[in-house]
Design a protein around this ligand. Structure first.
Ligand SMILES: Cc1cc2nc3c(=O)[nH]c(=O)nc-3n(C[C@H](O)[C@H](O)[C@H](O)COP(=O)(O)OP(=O)(O)OC[C@H]3O[C@@H](n4cnc5c(N)ncnc54)[C@H](O)[C@@H]3O)c2cc1C
Length: 491
């Protein structure tokens, strides 16, 4: 297995439950123990991590210019450094996957997997929440919220936004609610590696976890993958290889190995083994981040994702998230935060491509925003404008860093031109359907699967980490059943 990140850690733990399988997990970064203090600190904003060896920084071109995308490069991957928001997406997202021919991926199939993965301290056990899964989930308490988040929450209630007790319950949306987050009883972050690759699991005879083991390429015998080569030059054999290197690096490894669009590969002197649209259909959640400031301390101890307005511009289908991001604890003078207004829709026309030269990293282009984005986000801008006038916002002493009128004609388009940021939810670069079958096997190649954010055919209207856990749990079930039937193998 290549990549011990969000999905990879889950998959390795589950596959090694099957004695017939021998699993070698190769992770490019260090073990989570080496980084324990930061991995387990919920209040650290991801921005604090910039420059650390455990973060891969990849430039991404957006319509508003270049931005640097962070990816966790350590055991646990992005789940060890993300904003902690723990959301499932909407039933219609998964029903659309099934309607596109992906059997077993509709809401009726995946809801049970989401429930089984969690121990929800606030709402489990119940019809829609679990109490026995590896991921501990709860919502931040009022006293843990920062001043800005508290004022945002209370101000939106004041201007008539409905209160949502559980934003993972689609029947309660849209409205303002507190993010569910994956933290333990002491409010410490629990990455997927901490939750699934426990000491007991890592002691299994059929699981080998190798960190600081970067995979450079795939080894083939004809159209069959027989192993991987490491950056160190070492080669390892396997009956099956699973790429779980994330939405940027899984397609990159495929492209480098001649699996991708033939014309693009030819431009880089790579002969195509199979002509597949790898890296051609990337989705992401994008939108403007509008800076505000307020006087006084940040307050609270909660992590980056605290409260969120889950919006529906047509009153029904979730199509935006709006919430303050940052600052981090410790700031106590003129506190600046960013009001993020993310579109939950994506054109799916972003890309991951080879760069010039074998050592060049992936060239990443964000998807252009769908044409109706200004109209949809206009609704969010109106709600934030109403919040700015609320007693809670005025009491906070909150004002935009640059004066603005969010209700002025063209306000959204102008903000998108200058202030577009990414929610870091890149998915769909090796989608089930065109690139993979519904069991995540690469079409036209034997012995090769992908299992991470890349496989999502379209982006769910919610944060993507929990979706990666769901994907890994479901792929594990399929592989376990195959292994039991076939009598074993090396992954
Ligand atoms: C800053 C930030 C904040 C975010 N906040 C949230 C949030 O609050 N909620 C949410 O739901 N989502 C959030 N996301 C998105 C979410 O975390 C990701 O969509 C998800 O975790 C991706 O999981 P993955 O398994 O696809 O990849 P990753 O978790 O990135 O795992 C990939 C792993 O592969 C390893 N790897 C890569 N290349 C190689 C190689 N060649 N050889 C060996 N190993 C390799 C990497 O080191 C990494 O450990 C955030 C993302 C970022 C970057």
């Amino acid at each position: 297995m290549v990549g011990g990140g969000t999905a990879g850690a889950v998959l390795a733990a589950r596959l090694s439950e099957t004695p017939e399988l021998f699993v070698t997990l190769l992770e490019a970064g260090p073990d989570h123990d080496a980084y324990d203090a930061l991995v387990r600190e919920p209040a650290q904003a991801p921005t604090l991590w910039q420059g650390g060896a455990q973060i891969a920084m990849t430039p991404m071109e957006t319509e508003a210019g270049m931005i640097a995308m962070q990816q966790g490069r350590l055991l646990g991957g992005c789940s060890a450094m993300n904003g902690l928001a723990t959301l499932r997406g909407q039933p219609a997202d998964y029903d659309a996957w099934e309607a596109a021919g992906l059997e077993g991926w509709g809401w009726a199939d995946v809801e049970g997997t989401f429930i089984a993965a969690e121990t929800d301290f606030d709402f489990g056990p119940s019809a829609i929440h679990g109490s026995e899964g590896p991921l501990p989930v709860r919502r931040w308490r009022r006293e843990e919220l920062s001043q800005a988040h508290r004022a945002y929450y209370e101000g939106l209630l004041e201007v008539g936004e409905p209160h949502v007790a559980d934003i993972n319950d689609p029947s309660q949306l849209p409205g303002i609610g507190v993010f569910p987050v994956t933290i333990d009883e002491n409010a410490k972050r629990v990455s997927t590696s901490l939750a699934y690759l426990t000491e007991k699991v890592r002691a299994r005879d059929n699981l080998l976890v190798r960190t600081n083991a970067e995979v450079a390429g795939l080894v083939f015998d004809g159209d069959r993958v027989t192993g991987v080569s490491l950056a160190s030059g070492e080669e390892l054999e396997a009956d099956e290889v699973v790429l779980a290197a994330g939405a940027l690096f899984s397609p990159f490894l495929l492209l480098r190995s001649g699996i991708g669009p033939a014309a693009h590969l030819a431009e880089h002197g790579v002969t195509a083994r199979v002509d597949l649209p790898v890296g051609s259909t990337m989705s992401d959640h994008l939108g403007p981040g509008i800076p505000y400031r307020h006087d006084g301390p940040r307050g609270g101890t909660a992590g980056p994702a605290q409260v969120v307005l889950v919006g529906a511009s047509n009153g029904r289908d979730v199509d935006y998230h709006a919430f303050p991001i940052g600052p981090t604890p410790g700031d106590d003078e003129a506190t600046v935060f960013m009001m993020a207004v993310f579109s939950m829709r994506s054109s799916g026309r972003g890309s991951v491509r080879l760069g010039d030269g074998f050592d060049a990293g992936p060239i990443v282009k964000a998807p252009p925003l769908p044409g109706d984005t200004p109209e949809r986000l206009g609704h969010a801008f109106e709600r934030i404008a109403a919040w700015e006038r609320s007693a809670a916002a005025r009491e906070l002493g909150c004002e935009p860093v640059e004066p603005h009128d969010l209700r002025a004609p063209g306000a959204v388009a102008r903000a998108l031109e200058r202030l577009t940021i990414s929610y870091a939810h890149m998915v769909g670069t090796c989608p089930m359907g065109p690139v993979l079958d519904a069991d995540c096997r690469v079409r036209g190649i034997h012995g090769l699967r992908v299992c991470d954010a890349s496989v999502m055919p379209t982006i769910p209207a919610g944060n993507t980490y929990l979706g990666c856990v769901m994907v890994a749990e479901r792929v594990a079930k399929k592989m376990q059943a195959e292994a039991t039937a076939a009598g074993g193998g090396r992954q």
